[in-house]
Structure formats: structure tokens, C-alpha cells
Design a protein around this ligand. Structure first.
Ligand SMILES: Cc1cc2nc3c(=O)[nH]c(=O)nc-3n(C[C@H](O)[C@H](O)[C@H](O)COP(=O)(O)OP(=O)(O)OC[C@H]3O[C@@H](n4cnc5c(N)ncnc54)[C@H](O)[C@@H]3O)c2cc1C
Length: 457
């Protein structure tokens, strides 16, 4: 293994990836140039704020890149959630507990964990304020706070409305508490849809995606396809085929199903081929009357009411308060309110000793664990170079990977970057394959907890 890493990490990781990291993308796409794997022997204090996918993946890499640095990870969650597993939990293929591990078991040696929350960043004084320790100073800061849900931005909805009156949201989780209610709520929602269809009713199911950047870009499509497939009698609970009783409508605030033109085209074709599916593009969900079961959209300036029997909501997302209200947030442009980074080096545009990684970047098509993993590799090299006051050698090219589960047992592995398709394997990337599904279902979670979170892949 050591030889592989020393020789050329890019090729080595590609080889390793064949062993299966597919829901997070198969290979290393991050760097424009060959990664040099620099390290710095300098002493410095590096603070990582946030210990989810990105913070944890980068912690062990920084440990290796800066062996003499003091590394502090500030994160309040003592449980770590494998969020991609929420889809399989909702489908009845994982137990909810399968997606959780103690943070302490994942913490790299030599990294000090402060189980607390950042309240505010003060980059002018190279410090932040936390709820327990107060002022914490740093030489370098990596911000990895993820994103938070903003259900309240939709009039008539808040978290307490999810799971009642036929409203579900698979997303619903709390990364700070390490809990996820979304999968259980969505499982029950699936089963209520089936019960209604069995009674012989015509059932209207509405799914909505917001105008903000979203993590897990394929989740609404997963629900659409898997729910339809369950109604055909597939999945863990077999049964009669009653899918024609159910009409699905997917309403998107954007005009695409996925943020890459090639995949978008292929998916639109696939959705259009289903007789009981329809789509509403450029429809932003503004309010929900949960008693009357009516959703109101802004459709290009026109108010439009859509009645439903069952509703699934992808919540609007935003950066957590601690970032949003700080000088580290962009105050204009499409990333307003998100971490203000150079999108290639991941360094803050104003504060050269501050970097951002993961969902906090608010990248429209790159809020994924796959993107965070690629960024962690870039960060490893760039932090070491920054410590040595050298130019930053590695660049993140916008790589992301989105699994789209098109039926039980098949998925499309949509891998792309800012230039379009970026598949790992020379196969038609728009084709659903059983192999991606099997690896995703049976191998990926293990790879996540044991390799990616330990900075080994
Ligand atoms: C349902 C679902 C399905 C998904 N499917 C996939 C998939 O198939 N493939 C894929 O690649 N990605 C998928 N994702 C997306 C992926 O999980 C996220 O993009 C990834 O977890 C982002 O990592 P992050 O570290 O930026 O944020 P998180 O992993 O959310 O971590 C944020 C961390 O910050 C901490 N934090 C928050 N506030 C503070 C504070 N004030 N102070 C200190 N710490 C704080 C939290 O406790 C948490 O530990 C999915 C997500 C969901 C919800």
C-alpha cells in the first residue's frame, strides 16, 4: 500500500477504486496536475471546524501532511451519520442504526477533538468563538460545517410538519445530534401510498426540489423511481402491481434533473418514458397548506396551486448561522451566504490562511460526499504548501458523483465535473447497471467508514 501511495497517488487510487468506492465516485479526479503529496514539518495550529464527511476525511490527511502541527477538530456530534445510507434505509434495505458510528471511533490519532460548536468566526484576529472554550486561535482554519435545512422558508412548513398529513422528507436528519428521522418517515409514507393505491384510489404524489443548492442531488429521483418500483411489487415488500393507480409529479425549481447536461438529457428521457410520471420545471415551492393538501409554486412569476395526496419535500438549504453571519461568507453573487472560496484552490478569497471544504461551499452541483472526498485530497496538498508559503499546487475541478437509483437493483452512477461527464470506467455512463447498485448497497458504507473517513481513499 505504501508503495502505491508514494509512486503516484492518482493512479494508485484509480486502481484501488476498482475495488469499489462507487457511490462516492470511482477515482481521483481532483487535481489538474499530478499530486506531489507535499508535507510541511512546520509547527502550526490547524483548526478544523465541523466533523462530518468533509471534516473527518480531511483530518487524517492533514495529520499526514503536517506531522508537527497541532490539529484540533471542533464538532459537537458524538455520532457520525453516513447520510447516503438514508436512501437505502428508507427503501427498507438498511436499518437506521447501520448508518451511524461513534465520532470517537473515527478520530485520527494525534487529532484533538473539542466536542463543541463554533458560534462565530473572526478571521481578522485568526480566531473563532466556540460555545464552551470561548476564543480559540489558529494559524490555519478549515471550515467544514456542512449545510442546514430551512424548511421554514416554505410557508406552512417546518420540521414538525414532516411525518404528518402525508408530508415526508427523506432528508430530515440532524448531523449535530447524529440522528435521522427522514428514512423512517419516508418508509411509512411509501407504505401509506401503497395502502391508498390498494384501496383503488387514484393517488397523486408530488415531489419538490428547491431553488437553493442541495446535497444528495439525486434523492428526489431515487424516491420517484424506487417508490414506483415498490408499487410494481418489487423491493423488500413484494406485492401486486398497482403502480398505474399512482401519478407522480416531480416539481423542480430549476430546469434540470441533474446539474450536468448529458445526464440531465438521459434522465429526462427516462422520466418521460414512464406513463405515470410528469415533471414541472422552474416551479419553486413557496407554501403548503397541509390541511387542504395543496402546494403553491412560483412558476416563473405566476402563482400556481397543485393539489396532492402525498408530498415529499427536499428542503431549501443554507450554510449554518455561524458561517452565514461571519466575514467568511460571500456577501454577493450566486454564493451569497456560503463560504467565499476560490472554487479551485478552496482557499478563502480574502483570508489566505482559511480554507473551506464540503457542503459549506454551496456549490450548485457539488454538494456530495464524493465532492468532499476529492476536495480533501486537494486540501491535503494545499494546506502543506500554504504552511511552507508556497503557491498552492492542487486544484479541485468540480468533480462529483451522484448515484441515481432507477429501480431496485439498478443505478446510474452520474460522475461529472465542471466540464461535463467524468466517468471512471469506459462504459456508457447514462446506463443504469446492477454492479453500481450492488457496490453501493453492499460495499460503499464500509469503504466510507473505513477508508474515506480515514483519509485512505
Ligand atoms: C439523504 C442524503 C443522501 C445523500 N446521498 C449521497 C450519495 O449517494 N453520494 C454522495 O456522495 N453524497 C450524498 N449525500 C451528500 C453527503 O452526505 C454530503 O454532501 C456530505 O456529508 C457533506 O459533508 P460535509 O462535511 O460538508 O457536511 P456534513 O457531513 O453534513 O457535516 C457537517 C458537520 O459539521 C458539524 N457542525 C454543524 N454546525 C457546527 C458548528 N456550529 N460548529 C462545529 N461543527 C458544526 C456537524 O455536527 C457535522 O459533523 C447525501 C446526503 C443526504 C442527506
Amino acid at each position: 500500500m505504501k508503495m502505491l501511495f508514494d509512486a503516484d497517488r492518482r493512479d494508485a487510487l484509480k486502481k484501488l477504486a476498482v475495488g469499489g468506492t462507487l457511490a462516492f465516485g470511482g477515482s481521483l479526479h481532483a487535481a489538474e496536475t499530478k499530486l506531489s503529496m507535499p508535507s510541511s514539518k512546520k509547527k502550526a495550529r490547524i483548526v478544523i471546524a465541523g466533523g462530518g464527511t468533509a471534516g473527518m476525511a480531511v483530518a487524517s490527511r492533514i495529520r499526514r501532511a503536517a506531522p508537527n502541527a497541532q490539529i484540533i477538530l471542533i464538532t459537537p456530534n458524538d455520532k457520525h451519520l453516513y447520510q447516503p445510507g438514508q436512501v437505502f434505509a428508507a427503501a427498507g434495505l438498511y436499518r437506521d442504526s447501520d448508518n451511524v458510528q461513534p465520532t470517537s471511533s473515527m478520530l485520527p490519532d494525534g487529532v484533538r477533538w473539542l466536542k463543541e460548536s463554533v458560534l462565530f468566526f473572526d478571521p481578522e484576529s485568526n480566531s473563532l468563538k466556540s460555545d464552551k472554550s470561548g476564543k480559540i486561535v489558529y494559524d490555519f482554519l478549515i471550515v467544514a460545517l456542512g449545510c442546514e435545512y430551512n424548511y421554514e422558508a416554505i410557508e406552512g412548513l417546518d420540521i414538525s410538519a414532516i411525518g404528518r398529513n402525508s408530508v415526508a422528507s427523506l432528508y430530515l436528519n440532524d448531523t449535530v445530534k447524529g440522528t435521522a428521522k427522514g428514512p423512517e418517515i419516508t418508509r411509512e409514507w411509501f407504505s401509506d401510498i401503497r395502502k391508498s393505491a390498494r384501496k383503488g384510489d387514484d393517488v397523486r404524489v408530488l415531489l419538490s426540489d428547491p431553488a437553493t443548492p442541495i446535497k444528495g442531488e439525486g434523492v428526489s429521483l431515487d424516491i420517484l423511481f424506487l417508490c414506483n418500483d415498490m408499487l410494481k411489487g418489487r423491493g423488500p415488500q413484494k406485492g401486486a402491481d398497482i403502480h398505474s393507480k399512482v401519478k407522480f409529479t416531480l416539481a423542480k425549481a430549476s430546469d434540470t434533473l441533474l446539474g450536468c447536461r448529458g445526464y440531465d438529457k438521459a434522465l429526462k428521457k427516462r422520466v418521460a418514458a414512464k406513463k405515470n410520471f410528469s415533471t414541472l420545471f422552474s416551479h419553486e415551492l413557496k407554501s403548503v397548506d397541509v390541511e387542504r393538501k395543496v402546494a403553491t409554486f412560483d412558476a416563473g412569476g405566476v402563482r400556481k396551486e397543485v393539489p396532492y395526496d402525498f408530498l415529499h419535500v427536499t428542503p431549501p438549504m443554507r450554510a449554518p448561522d455561524a458561517l452565514r453571519d461571519s466575514p467568511l461568507a460571500a456577501y454577493e453573487g450566486e454564493h451569497t451566504g456560503w463560504f467565499d472560496a476560490d472554487e479551485r484552490t478552496l482557499r478563502h478569497k480574502t483570508y489566505s490562511n482559511v480554507f473551506g471544504i464540503g457542503d459549506i461551499l454551496g456549490s450548485r452541483s457539488g454538494m456530495s460526499g464524493a465532492a468532499a472526498r476529492d476536495q480533501a485530497i486537494v486540501m491535503q496538498d494545499n494546506i502543506a504548501a500554504a504552511m511552507e508559503e508556497k503557491p498552492l499546487p492542487a486544484k479541485y475541478l468540480g468533480y462529483t458523483a451522484v448515484p441515481v437509483r432507477t429501480r431496485f437493483g439498478r443505478e446510474i452512477l452520474a460522475e461529472y465535473d465542471r466540464n461535463g461527464f467524468d466517468p471512471t470506467f469506459p462504459l456508457d455512463p447514462t446506463e443504469p447497471r446492477w454492479i453500481w447498485w450492488e457496490i453501493d448497497l453492499h460495499l460503499m458504507r464500509w469503504v466510507y467508514f473505513n477508508l474515506i473517513m480515514r483519509g485512505m481513499m
